[in-house]
Design a binder for this molecule. Structure first.
Ligand SMILES: [Zn+2]
Length: 70
């Protein structure tokens, strides 16, 4: 079994400013396609962040992952 983590800096998707203030965090687990017969699980640290940019219309935003399809 393979487990991949993703915990990196988060940038506000609306104003492009990095944020370090975490609103809350939750883990999501995905089961990916098996690789060479091994099951692959992807654990995501999905964070809800505060945006500190006063010019930004969004005070909070959820971390997004481009490689996932919702
Ligand atoms: Zn923002």
């Amino acid at each position: 079994m393979t487990v991949a983590f993703n915990c990196k800096e988060v940038t506000c998707p609306f104003c492009d400013r990095p944020s370090s203030r975490i609103h809350f965090t939750y883990n999501r687990t995905f089961q990916d396609l098996p690789i060479q017969g091994n099951k692959v699980f992807i654990i995501i640290c999905n964070r809800k962040m505060f945006c500190d940019n006063s010019d930004c219309k969004h005070t909070t935003f959820a971390e997004r992952f481009d490689f996932m399809y919702y």
